[in-house]
Design a protein around this ligand. Sequence first.
Ligand SMILES: NC(=O)c1ccc[n+]([C@@H]2O[C@H](COP(=O)([O-])OP(=O)(O)OC[C@H]3O[C@@H](n4cnc5c(N)ncnc54)[C@H](O)[C@@H]3O)[C@@H](O)[C@H]2O)c1
Ligand SMILES: [Zn+2]
Length: 348
Amino acid sequence: MLSLDVKLPKKEYKIYIGKSLFSESAELLRGFVEGKKVCIVSDTNVYPLYGKAVEEAVAKGGGEGFSLVVEAGEEAKSFKNLEYLCREIIRRDFTRSDVIIALGGGVVGDLTAFCASVVLRGVNLIQLPTTLLSQVDSSVGGKTAVNIPEGKNLVGSFYQPKMVIIDTDTLKTLPEREVACGMAEVIKYAAIRDEALYETLLSGSFEIEDVIAKCCSIKAGIVEKDELDKGERMLLNFGHTLGHAVENYTGYGTYSHGAAVAIGMCTITLWSERQGITKSGTYDKLKALCEKYNLPASIENLDKMTGAAMHDKKRSGSKISIVLVKDMGESYYEKVDVSLLDEIAREV
Ligand SMILES: NC(=O)c1ccc[n+]([C@@H]2O[C@H](COP(=O)([O-])OP(=O)(O)OC[C@H]3O[C@@H](n4cnc5c(N)ncnc54)[C@H](O)[C@@H]3O)[C@@H](O)[C@H]2O)c1
Ligand SMILES: [Zn+2]
């Protein structure tokens, strides 16, 4: 088992990463759940696979557990489910020292964490992420959210968990499309911060625990410097502005989030290389890595899609922040005029 610390100005917590961790997590959980009420939130795909193991671990750790299951899918990140979870928790006479566990991918993680941050003005939260994306990205960093018709992730909070337990055995049941989706974020970390990770991924010979730990430590390092998303955290958006344009235009779900981000990362890097900003050959390296992990590097008609990015919530005035890599593992962000996106899309 690997472990790493996330050290924020006011909070510190541990991330544990290993195989068969859920069934062996009673001792990790004990310190938080012993003598407490514990609400496990999961979805209709994940609960049948891992719900019992987690319920048993909670019971073994001395907690009084029960589970709430929401329908799988992005629609679950709703006010309706938020209300449902809050009311169930209040009905069971929770106090702030009781515990809420998120067992699932980023959808369950974001919804549950938001609920934990607002119900009783904050109840202890533990994240048990079960998708590659949630293990390397959404469970680390404390962003929580629900969606509204006006857009995704527009209502939420910053709320850090007490602990994150990543059981990599859960990846065995994850559909291939979801694995590829998470790999796009892994490739993103290599591109923005870690050339050695790029080499590791290209070689294809690695233990997934090590790669996940590397990604978590890169994200934790960035979040430690910029918990509230005012600067450096922007780097985590590499490929995302164009990626959101693709997701928006094609309808969410047509391309997975990761596939859209892969298109975004490759496209902006092709453009920045042509501008002389990025070291020659970087685009080819990035494209090769994306293709190795079943991710697309380009899409037709991108120029039609960039209009949607104008509504990107990160936009302020007519300026938008974009992230560029100078070389594999070296990145920076800058504010540019929003019209540059159209220019990039037209030129590549
Ligand atoms: N908070 C953050 O910082 C942050 C960062 C990135 C993404 N997100 C959010 O994360 C969400 C996407 O997360 P996701 O990609 O994990 O999607 P998801 O939670 O919808 O999971 C994808 C699918 O896989 C299923 N699943 C999950 N684990 C499984 C397993 N081990 N075996 C079999 N099936 C499994 C789920 O039921 C679902 O159908 C989005 O809502 C996004 O906005 C948040
Ligand atoms: Zn992403």
